[in-house]
Design a protein around this ligand. Structure first.
Ligand SMILES: C[S@@+](CC[C@H](N)C(=O)[O-])C[C@H]1O[C@@H](n2cnc3c(N)ncnc32)[C@H](O)[C@@H]1O
Length: 217
């Protein structure tokens, strides 16, 4: 039986070579973001952007909710996968970084699909109608992950999908010596998902760890 391979840089380069190429606009936004402090660590890699777009199409989503916009790279990838009547509500606290994304959403002709909500994401979640969302992508501050997750399950329609980023958190979740607040918060989220009867779930060892949780029904 094959075991889990280690995705070293040669394997990752191979995957990029045999995958649908990142287009010019996504590449331009990724490269521009990489010049910002912490930019590369914050934005999802191209492989994850492809997966997000794939999942939006696979689920036939028309309403997507994103927690953590940053410069809008994952937003752009998902918005392009939506139908013309779709809507992507994306939440962040920073106007400065999301302004960068807004330019690219306009250039890509998807700005009419993107509903940017500036302010604490927990507050925005309170304004949304339960059962109204098809896909949620959670990628904001780790300490609120459990609260984001709980509210997202309520907001999802039956059969809807939650995608949580960074659930292996640089491998720190498996290191008992790692007791910083963010790692502890990600571990708590992982336990919560595992025990949650409202969803079935799996953890993908892709990028920094991605959890998929599908709401029952
Ligand atoms: C990892 S980045 C998101 C990256 C983005 N999904 C991408 O792939 O480019 C996390 C973002 O969460 C935002 N954030 C942090 N705390 C937040 C909060 N309480 N409410 C909303 N957004 C928050 C940060 O400003 C930051 O832009």
């Amino acid at each position: 039986m094959a075991t889990q391979i280690t995705a070293d840089s040669a394997i990752l380069a191979y995957i990029e070579n045999i995958s649908e190429a990142e287009d010019d606009l996504l590449r331009e936004l990724r490269e521009l973001t990489a010049e910002l402090p912490g930019g590369t660590a914050m934005q999802v890699p191209p492989s994850e952007a492809r997966l997000l777009a794939f999942l939006v199409r696979l689920t036939g989503a028309t309403t997507v909710l994103e927690l953590g916009t940053f410069t809008g790279y994952s937003t752009l990838a998902m918005a392009r996968a939506l139908p013309r009547s779709g809507r992507l509500i994306t939440c962040d606290i920073s106007k400065k970084v999301t302004d960068i994304g807004a330019d690219f959403w306009r250039k890509a002709g998807v700005d009419h699909l993107v509903d940017l909500r500036l302010g604490d994401a927990l507050g925005t979640l309170e304004t949304l109608e339960p059962g109204s969302v098809d896909v949620v992508f959670i990628d904001a501050d780790k300490r609120n992950y459990a609260a984001y997750y709980d509210r997202s399950v309520t907001l999802l329609r039956p059969g809807g999908l939650i995608v949580v980023d960074n659930t292996l958190f640089f491998g720190r979740v498996a290191d008992p010596d790692a007791q910083d607040a963010d790692t502890v918060a990600v571990r708590e989220l992982n336990e919560r998902v595992r025990r949650d009867d409202r969803v079935d779930s799996c953890v993908l060892p892709v990028a920094d760890g991605i959890t998929l949780a599908r709401k029952a029904g």
